[in-house]
Design a binder for this molecule. Structure first.
Ligand code: ZN
Length: 233
């Protein structure tokens, strides 16, 4: 493996490691009976904000993981995430700050231009627009959102030539199978709790038909028939 390939492999490992942190947020959402979508924002190699879907808890359809994480960064904390500023090993570069300090006290709003977002599901149209307006540097996501995705699945909010904001860089497929399984676990649970179980309640948790490699979006059609993504991404 050449030096270039090695660097690329290291980058991929790093992306996967941050995506696993996003999946932890998704697990927290699942534990609270929310559609399990989670995310983390990374600045300069450190996680500076995290979020998970909270639409049921708040009865507010805008409380998607990405917007909760943005609020987290802006100081309006909604998450229990206590490792703001932590790297993957947990060391905290902001440890000298008081708990009330926000990242914005240390960095200007333009810092989003230097942030990457790791989110388990392709951002929806609403979130894609918000992320583009904040000029987030790049979005890495897990699985595609066939019903509401704003980064290529339904609309191309990330790339359409509208407004003054530059295109949002996006790349999907990181931990895709884990992200899908998380959603499937939610819908299995939801169906089993329904007073009048629908036909799909008989669905079993499929773990065998997932491609384990990072794939292009052309491969997504094979999993979309399961309709695992409802909304809230
Ligand atoms: Zn969204």
């Amino acid at each position: 493996m050449g030096v270039y390939d090695e660097a690329e492999a290291n980058d991929r490992d790093l992306h996967l490691a941050f995506m696993r942190k996003a999946l932890e947020q998704g697990e927290e959402a699942l534990a609270q009976s929310e559609v399990p979508v989670g995310c983390v924002f990374v600045y300069n190699g450190k996680i500076i904000g995290a979020g998970r879907n909270r639409t049921n808890e708040t009865l507010n359809g805008t409380r998607h993981a990405e917007l909760c994480a943005i609020d987290d960064i802006l100081g309006n904390r909604t998450s229990n995430f206590s490792h703001v500023g932590s790297d993957l090993e947990g060391s905290n570069s902001f440890s000298e700050s008081s708990p009330d300090d926000t990242i914005l006290a240390l960095y200007p709003p333009s810092m989003f231009e230097h942030c990457d977002l790791y989110v388990t599901v392709e951002p929806c149209i609403m979130c894609a627009s918000a992320l583009r307006q904040l000029r987030v540097r790049k979005v890495y996501f897990g699985c595609w959102n066939e019903r509401f995705g704003g980064c290529g699945s339904v609309l191309n909010v990330h790339a359409d030539p509208v407004g003054n904001d530059p295109p949002l860089q996006v790349e999907g497929g990181y931990c895709r199978e884990e992200a899908i399984l998380l959603l499937r676990r939610f819908y299995m649970k939801e169906n089993s709790n329904a007073p009048n179980p629908k036909r799909k309640a008989t669905r079993v948790l499929k773990t065998t038909d997932l491609d384990t490699s990072l794939t292009s979006r052309d491969d997504r059609t094979r999993i979309s028939s399961t309709q695992v993504v409802d909304s809230f991404a």
